[in-house]
Design a protein around this ligand. Structure first.
Ligand code: GRF
Length: 189
């Protein structure tokens, strides 16, 4: 059984979906650690309720990114983490973690990459007027939303409001992320 860590900064609906899929046996892994850079984030409360170890930090307490990524790495190693899953983690992962976890860090992004990288991707795509929207899951490298794509799912958003498109994207995420994680585990990551 492999050990996974989820890194998140916000609400944690993808965290919920992953945990739920683990609990019902649809992901063969143990969720051993939540890493969060926002002490007030709802996802921290969720992890505490589920008795999952957390490493919650304030980036301002560290001299630089390498310093807090080293602290994160120490926690990952202490918890024997095999795979790191970014789910709404609003920071670029540095070489400290990338070198320690080569091809073992993945991310979900709410657009059809390489289009609409970065923040507010759903609104960016909507405002651009695209007719097809979607979700991407990709390996993480040092470029923002830049690593090789693992899975994508698209839909036709014609006639949808921004809110409807957002809801549809999140519904896709909550199915596609667990399914893709399990596929990677089955394939030996
Ligand atoms: C998701 O839309 C994900 O694609 C993006 O951040 C959002 C996180 O949402 N990277 P949640 O915290 O999992 O609810």
């Amino acid at each position: 059984m492999i050990n996974i860590a989820v890194f998140a900064s916000g609400t944690g609906t993808n965290f919920d979906a992953i945990l739920e899929n683990i609990n019902v046996g649809k992901i063969d892994a143990k969720l051993v650690l939540l890493v969060c850079d926002k002490p007030q984030a709802l996802v921290v409360e969720k992890a505490n309720k589920a008795n999952i170890n957390t490493f919650v930090f304030n980036p301002k307490d560290y001299v630089d990114k390498l310093a807090y990524d080293s602290a994160i790495l120490e926690q990952c190693q202490k918890n024997n983490v095999d795979l790191i899953i970014l789910a709404g983690y609003m920071r670029i992962v540095s070489s400290v973690l990338l070198k320690a976890y080569p091809n073992r860090i993945i991310n979900i992004h709410p657009s059809l990459l390489p289009a609409f990288k970065g923040k507010d991707a759903i609104k960016q795509a909507y405002d651009y007027g695209v007719k097809v929207m979607g979700v991407s899951i990709h390996y993480v490298n040092e470029d923002l939303d830049g690593g090789a794509i693992i899975a994508q799912q698209a839909f036709n958003n014609e006639g949808m409001s921004l809110e409807e498109a957002e809801k549809h994207i999140h519904d896709i995420e909550h199915q596609l992320y667990p399914k893709t994680i399990q596929k990677l585990i089955k394939e030996g990551i």
